[in-house]
Design a binder for this molecule. Structure first.
Ligand SMILES: *[C@@H]1O[C@H](CO)[C@@H](O)[C@H](O)[C@H]1NC(C)=O
Length: 293
């Protein structure tokens, strides 16, 4: 009995952890209010006959090359839970349910149906590089006064859409390997490769290519993202690239670009306010490096 209770509590904790930002009151960049849910009403197997969420499909995604067609388009016959042509419709979290051609969020109800601002029905795959170095002063690691642990820094970008600081990640293009997405997004957002001269781009690509050879996977799966809906959700692979001496990263010419309006080294601390679940990924990096939190 005690075990079952414990299991239930951990499950609820997990749910809360992965599913709070995607239950914000108003859907981002819209005026559509989410159907308000209690924590216990989130799982699909909880019977909730009164559940009648509004539907939202942002106009900005219609007819975009990176987005799926409307769900009732007769030519749209997605192969859910499969690699569908070049599009990965598999979830890192296992097989998800599909009801009337519509995939169901594996973490439960979100209070809104449709796909909101997300391009794909079902999983929308992203990759997030966590590029870290030690905070140094005169060649020595800087310790936090309270914890007496060395301070780790990560490369953060400020998002153009909502001004929040985040990891310089982005969406996996159709047919693209996650390892390629990590490099491409870092180059685009933190090194402005889209606007660099060909010469600069070549230099930058080469140093990123070399440095990104030794990544450690930190997280793979569902992301508690404010854009998630009942039928579309974000998933990511977060990978840590750490430079223990800082000498390699010194050569990086950081410059915000693409979806980022600013880029900087951020001292890691548990009180940071970051986009989506990014702080949770960073906490795992901290555990790995035994640094200040
Ligand atoms: C970028 O962010 C840093 C750190 O918050 C800040 O000091 C700097 O003024 C910002 N730069 C711009 C152009 O906003």
């Amino acid at each position: 009995m005690a075990n079952i209770k414990y299991l239930f509590i951990s499950l609820m904790f997990l749910l809360r952890m992965v599913h709070t930002k995607s239950r914000n009151a108003i859907y981002p960049l819209s005026e559509v209010p989410r159907f308000i849910l209690m924590d216990n009403e989130v799982p699909w197997d909880y019977n909730l006959p009164s559940y009648d969420p509004p539907e939202y499909n942002a106009k900005s995604i219609f007819n975009q090359p990176w987005a799926d067609p409307k769900i009732d388009d007769v030519n749209f016959n997605p192969k859910y839970n499969e690699i569908d042509g070049k599009i990965n419709r598999k979830s890192h979290n296992g097989v998800y349910n599909v009801k009337n051609k519509t995939p169901l969020n594996p973490m439960g109800r979100t209070g809104i149906k449709g796909r909101g601002r997300l391009g794909r029905w079902g999983p929308n795959h992203a990759a997030d590089p966590i590029v870290t170095r030690w905070k140094l002063m005169g060649g020595d690691k800087v310790l936090n006064e309270m914890t007496n642990l060395p301070i780790l820094q990560f490369c953060g970008v400020q998002r153009r859409d909502n001004g929040q600081w985040a990891l310089p990640g982005g969406m996996v293009d159709p047919g693209e390997k996650v390892s390629e997405t990590l490099k491409r997004e870092f180059l685009e957002e933190a090194m402005n490769s889209l606007e660099a001269t060909e010469e600069q781009r070549k230099v930058d690509s080469e140093i990123v290519e070399n440095f990104f050879k030794n990544g450690v996977e930190i997280y793979k799966g569902y992301v508690d993202d404010p854009r998630n809906t009942d039928n579309a959700w974000m998933e990511t692979v977060a990978v840590n690239f750490h430079d223990n001496t800082g000498e390699i990263l010194d050569k990086f010419n950081l410059k915000a670009g693409d979806d980022a309006k600013n880029v900087t080294w951020i001292d890691i601390d548990k009180n940071l306010d970051l986009y989506a679940s990014h702080l949770q990924f960073i906490e795992k990096v901290v555990e790995k490096h035994k640094s200040h939190w």
